[in-house]
Design a binder for this molecule. Sequence first.
Ligand code: ADP
Ligand code: MG
Length: 675
Amino acid sequence: KAFVMDGDKSDFEEEIALEKSRVKRSVLEALQEERKKLPIYSFRDELLQAVHDHPVLVIVGETGSGKTTQIPQYLHEAGYTKHGRMIACTQPRRVAAISVASRVSQEMGVKLGHEVGYSIRFEDCTSKKTILKYMTDGMLLREFLVQPQLESYSVVMVDEAHERTLSTDILFGLVKDLAPARPDLKVLISSATLDAEKFSNYFDLAPIFKIPGRRYPVEIHFTKAPEANYLDAAIVTTLQIHATQPPGDILVFLTGQEEIETVEEILKHRMRGFGTKIADLIICPIYANLPTELQAKIFEPTPEGARKVVLATNIAETSLTIDGIKYVIDPGFCKMKCYNPRTGMESLLVSPISKAAAKQRAGRSGRTSYGKCFRLYTAYSFLNDLEDNTAPEIQRTNLGNVVLTLSCLGIENEKLFQFEFMDPPPVEAITKAVELLYAQNALNVGGKLTKVGRRMAEFPLDPMLSKMIVASEKYKCSDEVISIAAMLSVGNSIFYRPKDKQVHADNARMNFHTGNGGDHIAHLNVYNSWKESNYSTRWCYENYIQVRSMKRARDIRNQLAGLLERVEIELTSNSNDLDAIKKSIISGFFPHSARMQKNGSYRMVKNLQTVYVHPSSGLTKVLPRLVLYNELVLTTKEYMRQVTEIKPEWLLEIAPHFYNPKHFEELSSKKTQWM
Ligand code: ADP
Ligand code: MG
């Protein structure tokens, strides 16, 4: 009998296997049909000819025309991947790199990570088989450190060039420089906007290939009066559209994860209030830290009778195209990095978008039929308050990482100032970066890379974090310091604080602050306790810790441990010596020091700016006299996030080029308080 059953089973399994392959084939066929409907398809041969004829080609096409997903496939079909050579396609955002790679792997009917893969910081989903490699622009930049001539690539496509991220701008200079040495390399610069002349001029008048897009008219609505609270306005508008407008999905542009989660929560609550009186509203968030498995949800077709609302950051402006969007809600803001080269202060700031971005956002509603865009600001504000374009990131960021990377490539000293930037950064910004790297011992007096600098460059981190890690060798606490670095790299999603359990969550959080005077050490305590619980999920729930973030931290930590080995720093633990750990942190972050003022605010020791302890810090109750912070965020005030108590003598000992005793006179006159 058992024999018969076995036979049945294998028949059955065979049947399932057959059915599976039939489904797979029909899905593939359907995807191939879809590919042919994209605007770019009718230009396939012309495009391949142009690539064949020119070493550098600028490609312009509306978002959604098929540039990112199709061009690498066309090139592969045309033989550019022979002999295992790769086609690189860069994306400014890691979510876009993952999402597009996953789509292309489906279209090609291969497993993600095999022929089609992606590479983002701390996550390499490629293999020996990989020929189409979607990667963040930052990762291609790092590739130059390993193979300065990019030998394993036949084509480099710098996609979303209009975004002008820092890494993209540096890539422009490097690939331009590379051209004479690599006559066989094809460089494609692709962009969604029409100011392609600028790219063409920069690349010695490279030809421009235009892909005409399909576009339907978009009706634009402005508010009559300025909105006091754009989140409220966005929620009300979403519900109004849902209740009164014909079918079609909604896309709302918000500035970050926190806003998206708030809006999601309120929308869910309001929808519950309506009960069955109103059609289903499917809420899909999308932002950089959203776990990969949840990201695919935004692309799932909306069921009949329901409506989808996508709550997105800037990522949906050009990088991702979601079919079916008919209504766009644009509050007019995005999060932007701002840097003051004079003070060396960098912070993230919610800022008004540009007119160009507003137009791009509106356009997302008119892709498949006519659309509507609701701008939550006045027409007057659009005309008078918004800039035409956003300044490229290179002009509003700290250049520490760029200078370190370029130095590794032999672009040092005066060569840094001669580097051919498309839009040069302020000279002070370069000088400031060089000075800081010098104070960190990464560059010597002659501006040349030191051993410390070379080791720092191995880490895909901001130089402050890399220096902290490299310095941990001296203080014999590399084990602890890479845990802290990993936790800081995960971002601000470690602690979970549900609205109805805030008190519990805050108490749980304070348990990790055991008189050690700082958020950095608290992060270490969280990591170590989780490790002691044997990486338990239950432990995370009990302590209001996000298990996903912890897993990511563990992953990053493992990679940092691997990199330690590469730079030959031993993994040593010194967990009882918190001073040693703090000194390692100071070795990287010494410019971020601030002293308390009488009113409870802080003042940066070097440049005298006023700053505050972020309410999320464990240090809000007992304020130490001197602190060091990880980063600044500007909301209503300039806030320090992740704050740790330090001592003035440590700063003098570790950063003598940066501080002198005068900076601390006031503090040391009250020295007893420090002992
Ligand atoms: P472009 O780069 O020109 O903006 P894309 O190549 O990104 O255009 O997009 C082409 C089409 O592929 C769009 O219709 C888009 O909806 C679809 N697409 C892209 N990524 C995905 C995905 N992850 N899932 C489903 N569809 C996708
Ligand atoms: Mg694209």
